[in-house]
Design a protein around this ligand. Structure first.
Ligand code: NAD
Length: 243
């Protein structure tokens, strides 16, 4: 990594949700390597406890960041869950849970981070998915939640563009990545090994993505290098949605 890249987020304060997970942990590590201050949050196993579905939890964490740092430069909404199920099979409780973590959680993150981002401008990165761009017959709740994240992102971007300096907001849309989420999906199949092979075969590049590759895109979006990028859905999918 070149020196300039290493310093790309120098002294920037970045709050990350789902930071005990594959993508969130890779983002937190990348922020620190790039000279920034990562505030890693998750239900457990991170610097701060934050349940993204709880308004009270967000208020507490944002107040703590405000007291400790006086500002925020970036937010990465990486907390998320997947549930397999078609509109016919999925029960309402699972639908509500997926929407609550993936969509309500992202809404609350944007809402409560906004006041802290306003003074100096900043960047919000929302983890959407290729499933926010195209449908799958057995992904009813996940598709709805990520489609919501992608359009919420555009609304937040347009509000943030009115701020001076602007608050940018973009959605990152990965395909299947190495890590516990995809292991969990494969684990529900009769033959997890061949389910994994099938997922890789669906991707034109012929392999799953790496959390570090998604983190690199998030770091770019958090940095001033991406100053003219806002309101975008950025696929990082080995060509999956090019088909
Ligand atoms: N892994 C993939 O293949 C993939 C593909 C496309 C999009 N995504 C999205 O990227 C994001 C990160 O995925 P990942 O691969 O790191 O998943 P992961 O399962 O490794 O991590 C998700 C994290 O979210 C946390 N979380 C769950 N509920 C929470 C809550 N209520 N409050 C706070 N944290 C909570 C979990 O504790 C976990 O640490 C998710 O939004 C996911 O939908 C992942």
């Amino acid at each position: 990594m070149k020196e300039t890249r290493v310093a790309a987020l120098k002294d920037k304060i970045i709050l990350i949700t789902g930071a005990a997970g594959a993508v969130g942990a890779a983002v937190a590590e990348g922020v620190r390597k790039a000279g920034g201050i990562a505030i890693a949050t998750d239900l457990k196993g991170a610097d701060l406890t934050l349940d993204v579905t709880s308004e009270e939890s967000w208020q507490r964490v944002v107040a703590e960041v405000g007291e400790r740092h006086g500002r925020l430069d970036g937010l990465v909404n990486a907390a998320g869950i997947v549930a397999i199920g078609s509109v016919e099979k999925l029960d309402f409780a699972t639908w509500r849970r997926v929407l609550s973590i993936n969509l309500d959680g992202t809404f609350l993150g944007c809402k409560y981070a906004f006041p802290l981002l306003k003074e100096r401008g900043g960047s919000i990165v929302n983890l959407s998915s290729v499933s926010g761009l195209v449908g799958g017959y057995n992904l009813a709740a996940y598709n709805a939640s990520k489609g919501g994240v992608s359009l919420l992102t555009k609304s937040v971007a347009l509000l943030g563009a009115r701020n001076r300096p602007p608050i940018r907001c973009n959605a990152v849309c990965p395909a299947f990545l190495e890590g516990p989420m995809v292991d969990g999906i494969a684990g529900t199949a009769r033959d997890p090994g061949s389910a994994m092979d099938k997922m890789s075969a669906e991707i034109p590049i012929g392999r799953l993505g790496k959390p570090s590759e998604v983190a690199a895109l998030c770091l770019y979006l958090l940095s001033d290098d991406s100053g003219f990028v806002t309101g975008a859905d950025l696929p990082i999918d080995g060509g999956l949605t090019a088909k």
